[in-house]
Design a protein around this ligand. Structure first.
Ligand code: ATR
Length: 283
């Protein structure tokens, strides 16, 4: 960790996870701290699940500006904070904590990160352009669905291998009947007329099975995005590119979600650009 140059007034933030060694957040925030010449640090803290509420509380006593929370603590953080945003409550998880006057304020930046990544990478995509097909019903899907509902997408078609999980998500998030659940076997037929296709499953990630999906019925102008970013060009994105669909990779969601915490802890609105992507992708 390069913390030389810190003064006694340095602002400190952290990421709490178990394990935390895989987290790219220290690299990400470290890049911004250097780039903006900020007197601050961002450190990875491995915290066991049983110690999480105590550890989070301790950050307030230690004068931390706040933290990110990653697997497996995101749901526990919802209960451990003194107050949580409506977004975090709707998504059912906290990934960003701001500490103010000793109080832990929980928020969730994943929905923001998802939509900002689309806006930057797909400036021509419009929420009202048409239905969105969302594959998967895990924690990531929750944030994506929340973002798309908030953005005003007129119809969401949610398909998941385990249909019951998709039904649960729809029941929890849908207020006005825009979210429709389909069977996993129907996923190709549901691409008909779609304006956006999002993979939120782990399928296509290095070490995971591929996502089996023919795009034959997807309109050629439909936007395709994957939340998997390792590899950056997933088989789904490669397939979409080969038939001319516009694509956005998943790395940007990680980068954009980080803006929310950085701005509040360090007081600077950071930029997501090619240099940041390179810094985060470095081994
Ligand atoms: P996360 O919180 O990262 O979204 P998760 O909660 O484990 O992770 O969800 C993983 C998603 O990938 C789920 O939608 C899962 O489907 P199930 O709900 O049926 O488990 C989906 N997934 C994982 N492996 C899959 C596979 N082989 N085929 C289809 N979907 C799969």
């Amino acid at each position: 960790m390069k913390t030389h140059g810190l003064s006694g007034k340095a602002r400190v933030a952290a990421v709490l996870g178990w394990p935390v060694s895989h987290s790219r957040s220290p690299r990400l925030h470290g890049h911004w701290l250097r780039r903006y010449g900020i007197d601050g640090a961002y450190v990875p803290l491995p915290v066991r699940p049983e110690a999480f509420p105590r550890a989070l509380r301790a950050l307030a006593d230690l004068g931390f500006a706040g933290c990110n929370v990653t697997v497996p603590h995101k749901e526990a953080a919802l209960a451990a904070c003194d107050a949580v945003s409506d977004t975090a409550r709707a998504i059912g998880a906290v990934n960003t904590v701001v500490i103010r006057d000793g109080r832990l304020l929980g928020d969730n930046s994943d929905a923001f990160g998802f939509i900002e990544n689309l806006r930057q990478g797909a400036p021509d995509w419009r929420p009202l352009a048409g239905p969105a097909v969302v594959l998967g019903a895990g924690g990531a899907a929750r944030a994506v669905l929340h973002a798309l509902l908030q953005a005003g997408v007129p119809e969401l078609r949610l398909v998941n291998r385990t249909r019951a999980r998709a039904e649960e998500l729809a029941a929890a998030l849908d207020r006005d009947g825009r979210l429709k659940v389909g069977d996993w076997d129907e996923r190709e037929a549901l691409l008909e007329g779609a304006a956006l296709l999002v993979n939120t499953t782990a399928l296509g990630m290095s070490g995971q099975p591929p996502l089996e999906l023919s795009l034959a019925r997807l309109p050629p102008e439909a936007q395709v995005t994957d939340i998997v970013y390792s590899p950056l060009e997933t088989p789904l994105l490669a397939k979409a590119l080969a038939r001319g669909n516009p694509v956005v990779d998943g790395l940007g969601m990680l980068l954009h979600q980080a803006r929310l915490g950085f701005r509040q802890w360090f007081g600077t609105e950071p930029e997501v650009d090619a240099a940041l992507r390179r810094a985060v992708l470095e081994d």
